[in-house]
Design a protein around this ligand. Structure first.
Ligand SMILES: Cc1ncc(COP(=O)(O)O)c(C=O)c1O
Length: 387
């Protein structure tokens, strides 16, 4: 007897970096020291006040389901966060608390895309996006994002790949893997182009807060009817708690709630109680300290990788990644990553994980490791490249 196997599984590729990570762990088990620059999560533990709020919630028996949209006080706190950081008023009824940004992205796509519909996903971009689209039996249409345009699309780029069956475009600001952001007005321009075609703009702002120059406001300050994804994973340091949120345009609340109820019932209750502490001192002060530590690492790594031969045509403004052009060092970045791991003991991610456009000529560095470890990683790479 053979069990059925869904065709969509053939469209979903495993991450290259997982293979690399598996190899790194095997080398570590043999006693090798590996400098990790491939991991896309903060190396800081969840802030103590947040843990404390979570523990208190558990002890107080707050372990049942919440409503599908999330705790009302958390939705209000998120609305307050938008007001404080961007000066924009978002009605809490438009905010749905979700299981991570992953849950929010799935929800957003399930709200707008039917089977066969096209959704534009940036290449390079966060790899799960195209898989989320494919999971809905919709079509992931690659949206080329080049260094010349700082890896952020303009309406003309949408037009170049658009077809009559397209219903939405996804972008991220700051983006993974490039760390670049939408320029002021760029979100509005994309929205307006899409609105003329009755199509939706989905903006992933998961790396908001982790920005090293002037902090940008949310795209919601430019246009109200954008689906905005965010998360407690990165800036708030809660990856494993699995908590995020989605802001939906007015009028979509009921549909979104209905979907949330059916897809996952509700996000984790203890995590939601813990997250309330994220919007208060002293957690806020700690997040700022951590942002500064990331800024220091970024400044170091930007120059250091350039000095050893990588190019950074579009300097990242946020997130904790550098998307570096490795084409003058190696023809195939996947082979380069493998060699750096095996021979230099440094783990970085090949461009292939983020799409196909220019992938063989790019790698991603994540500065989710201490300055000392990053320095040691760069020294090892420099030695190896010198041969
Ligand atoms: C751009 C982007 N969106 C969404 C996610 C998913 O994050 P979460 O942990 O909130 O589900 C990630 C995780 O790395 C990401 O980089």
């Amino acid at each position: 007897m053979a069990l059925p196997r869904a065709h969509r599984l053939d469209l979903i590729k495993p991450f290259q970096v997982m293979e690399l990570l598996g190899r790194a762990r095997a080398l570590e088990a043999q006693g090798r020291d590996i400098v990790h620059m491939e991991v896309g999560e903060p190396d800081f533990p969840t802030a103590e006040p947040v843990i404390e709020a979570g523990v208190q919630a558990l002890r107080a028996g707050k372990t049942g389901y919440t409503t599908a949209c999330g705790l009302p006080e958390l939705r209000e706190a998120i609305a307050g966060h938008y007001w404080r950081t961007s000066g924009v008023h978002i009605d809490p009824s438009r905010i749905l608390v979700t299981p991570g940004a992953s849950g929010a992205l799935l929800l957003a796509l399930a709200l707008v895309a039917n089977a066969g519909d096209g959704v534009l996903v940036p290449d390079p971009g966060y790899p799960c996006n195209r898989h989320f689209v494919q999971h809905l039996d919709a079509r992931a249409v690659p949206l080329p994002a080049t260094a010349e345009q700082r890896f952020q699309p303009q309406p003309t780029d949408l037009a170049a790949v658009w077809d009559d069956g397209c219903v939405a475009a996804m972008v991220a600001s700051p983006a993974n893997p490039t760390g670049t952001m939408l320029a002021p007005g760029q979100g509005a321009a994309l929205h307006d182009w899409l609105a003329e075609r009755d199509a939706a703009l989905i903006v992933d702002e998961i790396y908001h807060g982790l920005v090293y120059g002037a902090a940008p406001p949310t795209v919601l300050t430019e246009r109200d009817s954008v689906l905005v994804v965010n998360s407690f994973s990165k800036y708030f340091g809660m990856t494993g708690w699995r908590l995020g949120w989605l802001v939906v345009p007015d009028g979509m609340q009921q549909d979104a709630e209905k979907l949330a109820q059916n897809l996952y019932i509700a996000a984790s209750t203890p995590a939601q109680h813990a997250a309330l502490a994220c919007f208060q001192e002293p957690a806020l002060a700690l997040f700022e300290e951590r942002r500064q530590a990331f800024a220091q690492r970024r400044d170091y790594l930007l120059n250091a990788v350039r000095e050893i031969g990588f190019r950074l045509p579009a300097e990242p403004e946020g997130a904790f990644y550098l998307y570096a052009d490795s084409s003058s060092l190696a023809e195939d970045s996947h082979a380069l990553c493998r060699d750096l791991l095996e021979q230099a003991g440094v783990a970085i991610t090949p461009g292939l994980d983020f799409g196909t456009l220019g992938a063989a000529g790019h790698v991603r560095f994540a500065y989710t490791n201490s300055l000392e470890r990053l320095q040691s990683g760069v020294e090892r790479m420099a030695d190896w490249l010198r041969g």
